[in-house]
Design a protein around this ligand. Structure first.
Ligand SMILES: [Cu+2]
Length: 263
């Protein structure tokens, strides 16, 4: 039910009534995008038992609640918008690159759908944040927010079309004799490998929502692993012990490191 005064408001033009008097289309877009990202991350986090994804879902949910309960133009509202903007930027960057990587590597449908949906929602939210910070008086046209929402949905459909054309479900499979490494909850399943051949294959799966790497500096290896990815790499090296680690900031310190000993 629309209040008669709310219906009449656009006739007075943008900004009439001052900040905080009418719902801001940008804030509505941010709230919807933030809620969508929170729900998607909660689903993925629970499905993958991924604590980092669940933590991000909580951050988004808190930001959305603060934004929807504080008066527009107020300091708390602006802080919530800025924090949500940083979260949106972080998720958009990692999920756009994850979608691209998984489409290129013909990963399973689910692992294209998950990052693509998050990329579209977080990018829409980021645009809403940028518009909200520029247009602080809240006069933004509803059509602008609607256009961003439609563009996000269209990008999702288009992205799925590109992924279908590229072909999904033809991901790299594990070969006989491969060393196998799984990543879950920001941890490697194995931290000490031994091999008797100077040429070994390593097959890695990432079950987490966010990126990880298997990096071996001495051999110039840097295997990048987005959500749900399956990647196989051949290691050719003389006898020795080679340290591998995840080069995402903080992950090696959190325990994502190990060694492959070739004898
Ligand atoms: Cu990592």
């Amino acid at each position: 039910m629309i209040h008669p005064q709310a219906r009449a408001a656009p006739a007075y033009g943008p900004g009439v009534g001052g900040a905080g008097s009418t719902p801001n289309a940008c804030s509505t877009l941010i709230v919807w995008a933030g809620a969508s990202v929170a729900i998607l991350q909660a689903i993925v986090g629970i499905a993958h038992l991924d604590r980092e994804a669940i933590a991000f879902a909580v951050f988004f949910a808190v930001g959305v609640v603060i934004l929807s309960r504080t008066s527009q133009g107020g300091r708390a509202s602006t802080v919530a918008v800025v924090i949500l903007g940083l979260l949106f930027a972080d998720v958009a960057f990692w999920m756009i690159t994850a979608t691209w990587s998984n489409v290129s590597n013909h990963e399973q449908l689910l692992y294209i759908l998950e990052p693509l949906a998050l990329a579209c929602a977080s990018t829409a939210g980021l645009i809403g944040v940028a518009a909200r910070l520029v247009d602080r008086r809240g006069g933004a046209a509803r059509t602008g927010a609607a256009a961003v929402t439609i563009a996000a949905l269209a990008t999702f459909v288009l992205g799925m079309g590109v992924a279908a054309a590229a072909g999904w479900g033809k991901e790299q499979t594990r070969g006989r004799g491969d060393l196998e490494l799984r990543i879950r909850n920001t941890a490697y399943s194995t931290t000490a490998f031994t091999a008797t051949s100077h040429q070994v294959n390593l097959y890695v799966t990432n079950d987490d929502l966010f990126w990880h790497t298997v990096t071996i500096d001495r051999l110039g290896i840097d295997l990048k692993l987005p959500v749900g990815s399956h990647r196989r790499i051949t290691i050719s090296a003389p006898a020795g012990t080679y340290t591998f680690y995840c080069r995402i900031p903080g992950h090696a310190q959190a325990g994502m490191r190990g060694a492959i000993t070739i004898s």
